[in-house]
Ligand binder design. Structure first.
Ligand SMILES: Nc1ncnc2c1ncn2[C@@H]1O[C@H](COP(=O)(O)OP(=O)(O)OP(=O)(O)O)[C@@H](O)[C@H]1O
Ligand SMILES: [Mg+2]
Length: 262
């Protein structure tokens, strides 16, 4: 059975179609990189899978059922980060709150929540970090706490919205390795949104590219080509491979900016 199946799905926000008639099937246990320029609909797709955003037409199934809010099978790391508020909170408080929200409406004992939080923190090796005020943590350390929050309730699917943002290359490599190891040992399906494809090349099974309302999914060598991306973007895109890295570039200045990873 698929983890996620979209058949001819159209999603609109604010009266505008963001993704148009897309068909994408993601198998259980797959690690999929989700790429595409700003505004392509990566976050919108995640919100739709979470049941937070309706579809206009088509069919969407998550583990064989319609999307529903609060699905415990899904762990979500939102693109919005821990902001300036609550800086005196400790990581532990944030996770305990998240765990409470996770079990919303259910009479759940504080013991179960404590155990869930402790296990999630241990999985990302952040037990000690969680005792410190958030304000005293680095971006990479906060990111690890957010990953722990996404692991609460032992989900089968992780939707990770740009976990690499504002991390240096070493911190990027370390969080990717951590997520990859968790995915392998737990058999998780992972959708990992990113702006640069290169850090994901060693871990992802397939890439899902979104642009101009369209979607293309496949092996990197199938999707990240000049022909396939030019069709997707509706513009001339060049793909340059050098030193084991991939650079997606466009001739026109305005599109160069939109590609976001050249
Ligand atoms: N609350 C909203 N109301 C109306 N339109 C929205 C809303 N949120 C996002 N959009 C629009 O939906 C489109 C897709 O946005 P989305 O956030 O899904 O893109 P994205 O691929 O995640 O971009 P980014 O790389 O910047 O995170 C954009 O055109 C955006 O302006
Ligand atoms: Mg986004």
């Amino acid at each position: 059975m698929s983890a996620i199946d979209l058949a001819q799905v159209t999603i609109a926000r604010g009266g505008r179609e963001i993704l148009r008639n897309i068909s994408v099937n993601i198998r259980r246990g797959e690690f999929v990189g989700v790429l595409g320029p700003n505004g392509a609909g990566k976050t919108t797709l995640f919100r739709t899978i979470l049941g937070l955003q309706p579809i206009q037409s088509g069919r969407l199934e998550v583990f064989g059922a319609a999307p529903r809010r609060g699905n415990p099978a899904i762990g979500y790391m939102p693109q919005t980060r821990i902001g300036q508020t609550g800086q005196n909170l400790r990581g532990f408080d944030i996770l305990a709150n998240a765990a409470n929200g996770h079990h919303f409406g259910l009479p759940i004992s504080s013991r179960v929540i404590r155990d869930d939080v402790a296990a999630a923190l241990q999985a990302v090796d952040a037990t000690e970090l969680a005792a410190r005020p958030i304000a005293t943590l680095s971006g990479g350390q906060r990111q690890r706490l957010l990953l722990a929050a996404a692991l609460l309730g032992s989900p089968k699917l992780l939707l990770l919205d740009e976990p690499l943002i504002s991390l240096d290359p070493a911190a990027q490599a370390s969080i990717i390795a951590l997520i990859h190891r968790l995915a392998e040992t737990r058999g998780l399906t992972v959708l990992f949104a990113a702006h640069d494809i290169n850090p994901l090349l060693g871990v992802m099974d397939r890439v899902l590219y979104l642009s101009g309302g369209n979607a293309a999914i496949g092996a990197v060598d199938e999707v990240v080509t000049a022909a396939a991306l030019s069709k997707l973007y509706g513009a001339d895109i060049e793909v340059i491979r050098a030193a084991g890295r991939i650079f997606v570039v466009s001739d026109t200045a305005d599109h160069h900016h939109e590609c976001g990873h050249a």
